[in-house]
Design a protein. Structure first.
Length: 241
């Protein structure tokens, strides 16, 4: 594991606590009474599938927001206006827990380039440029243009997660071990273009060690790129404590 930047465990919600008697929608293991199902606060199928594969060793059922729309047709829209990935992850997880009353986690990422001025760093605003939310195709054009301007960009995703089990157990982390490995963003898209909606930058992403596009690496390597070992360790610690 990499050096921990910070890990914070918070008891109770900030501000006024809920006083209603909303039902507890937890799904527990019948023998151990440990949490057996987690809601991942995302409607992005690609992100959900990658997380399901990454956490497969834990034998947890990971569901997404689209899996609960029949029971909960009103999904809160959370404004992601935090200054860091951790702030955004916490805002989303708390909002979804308060709405659904089941164990939930949310993640957020920031994109950072080596040798690029601060004013041009995407940070948490990966999809937003000058106030506009970009489509997959617009993201591809924008970041390919940056790579053309500065040369191939040495890049890292700094990732954060917030897990809410119940009102007494809120865990959040943004650790070095959760960062992606450094990689390159190139100005030349892979010949296949965007393969999977929601991950447009994958077709610009090049593995530093091999010089290969991540599209040309095995799927297991792609998952490792997107979700580092720190996520697995985080859930091992807080689900089975």
């Amino acid at each position: 594991m990499g050096q921990k930047e910070y890990l914070h465990i918070e008891k109770g919600f900030k501000g006024k606590e809920r006083t209603d008697k909303a039902p507890d929608n937890r799904v527990l293991d019948s023998e151990t009474q440990a949490v057996a199902q987690l809601l991942y606060g995302t409607g992005n199928h690609a992100k959900l599938a990658a997380m399901q594969r990454r956490l497969e060793p834990l034998s947890l059922k990971i569901i997404g927001l689209k899996d609960i729309v029949q029971k909960f047709p009103s999904i809160p829209k959370v404004r992601e206006d935090g200054a860091t990935p951790l702030e955004n992850a916490e805002k989303k997880a708390l909002a979804y827990y308060r709405a659904f009353r089941m164990p939930v986690f949310s993640c957020d990422s920031g994109l950072y380039f080596e040798g690029v001025p601060d004013e041009e760093q995407p940070g948490v605003h990966v999809r937003t440029v000058r106030g506009k939310t970009l489509t997959d195709e617009e993201m591809l054009k924008h970041y390919a243009g940056m790579a053309k301007k500065y040369g191939d960009l040495k890049t890292v995703y700094r990732n954060a997660v917030c897990l809410v089990i119940d009102e007494a157990h809120i865990h959040k982390a943004m650790e070095k071990s959760m960062e992606s490995e450094p990689f390159l963003i190139t100005s030349r898209p892979h010949k296949d273009g965007i393969r999977e909606r929601g991950f447009p930058l994958d077709c610009l992403s090049v593995h530093i060690g091999t010089g290969s596009y991540y599209y040309d690496l095995p799927e297991s390597k792609l998952d490792q790129f997107a979700l580092e070992d720190g996520f697995l360790a985080f859930f091992e610690q807080h689900i089975f404590m």
